[in-house]
Write a protein that binds this ligand. Structure first.
Ligand SMILES: Cc1cc2nc3c(=O)[nH]c(=O)nc-3n(C[C@H](O)[C@H](O)[C@H](O)COP(=O)(O)O)c2cc1C
Length: 228
């Protein structure tokens, strides 16, 4: 079987999407041909790459959730790919998606899954479902520190990726699995504030004490939305 894994994160260098796709690739049995493509921030793929993707039996769209939807570079790619898929009239190709998002709940990706499903219908390919992973910046942080997948808190993500690999090899539909990490939301908020947002603010020359409080931002917006 020929499988395309498309990383549609606009990030340069390491991306959370890339970590998920790398893990999926490791679980796909030897003997299947894997074609890896990085979309990045470029102007899409040349025609020969589009034709190669359209000729594969399974296509995995890996991407970060952007404002509840798809990064615009991916939307442009899907529009270009649609024509290639329609030209090759086959009805046995399946498209899966691995969507990751910054908020805690993987279910936030449900609208993006609907968009991918609608596109599949239009392009004449089968929609195979996939994985909607929440709190994915945490995965990125742990992966950079070489923490193995199978340990807490992302063991269930690894199990879902293994199940997805087996399902893809059969060309069967996977359904949609929405995943959250195995720790409570308050801990996620604490870690995100103190180990992500505050260091990021400092790196950009901001002082934590001078950052406006959430309540103040809300009040200001209610009284004067222009003032946000
Ligand atoms: C422009 C932009 C819009 C985003 N919109 C959302 C969103 O609507 N919901 C969400 O949970 N995360 C959102 N995020 C967070 C990303 O989905 C999240 O950080 C993701 O893990 C990045 O993956 P990557 O490293 O593969 O690019 C957004 C990030 C950016 C930069």
């Amino acid at each position: 079987m020929k499988i395309s894994l498309i990383n549609a994160s606009p990030k340069m260098g390491d991306s959370n999407t890339g970590f998920l796709l790398d893990a999926l690739a490791r679980h796909i049995a030897a003997g299947h041909a894997l074609h890896r493509h990085n979309l990045g921030r470029g102007k899409g793929f040349p025609a020969e790459i589009l034709r190669e993707i359209a000729a594969d039996d399974a296509i995995v769209l890996g991407f970060p959730l952007y404002v509840d939807a798809l990064p615009s570079s991916l939307t442009a790619l899907l529009i270009a790919l649609e024509d290639c898929l329609k030209t090759e009239s086959r009805h046995d190709r399946t498209v899966y998606a691995i969507i990751n998002n910054g908020f805690y709940e993987g279910r936030q990706t449900c609208i993006a899954f609907e968009i991918v499903q609608n596109w599949c219908e239009r392009a004449g390919v089968k929609f195979g479902g996939g994985i909607g992973q929440g709190a994915d910046e945490t995965i990125g942080i742990l992966q950079k520190k070489k923490v193995p997948w199978r340990v807490w808190p992302f063991g269930r993500t690894e199990r879902a990726l293994i199940a997805l690999a087996r399902t893809m090899e059969e060309g069967a539909p996977f359904g949609i699995r929405y995943l959250t990490p195995a720790f409570p939301k308050f801990l996620f908020c604490f870690l995100a504030t103190h180990f992500f947002w505050h260091p990021l603010a400092k790196k950009n020359g901001l002082h934590i004490k001078t950052l406006p409080k959430k309540e103040n931002i809300l009040m200001r917006t209610m009284h004067d939305p222009e003032n946000l």
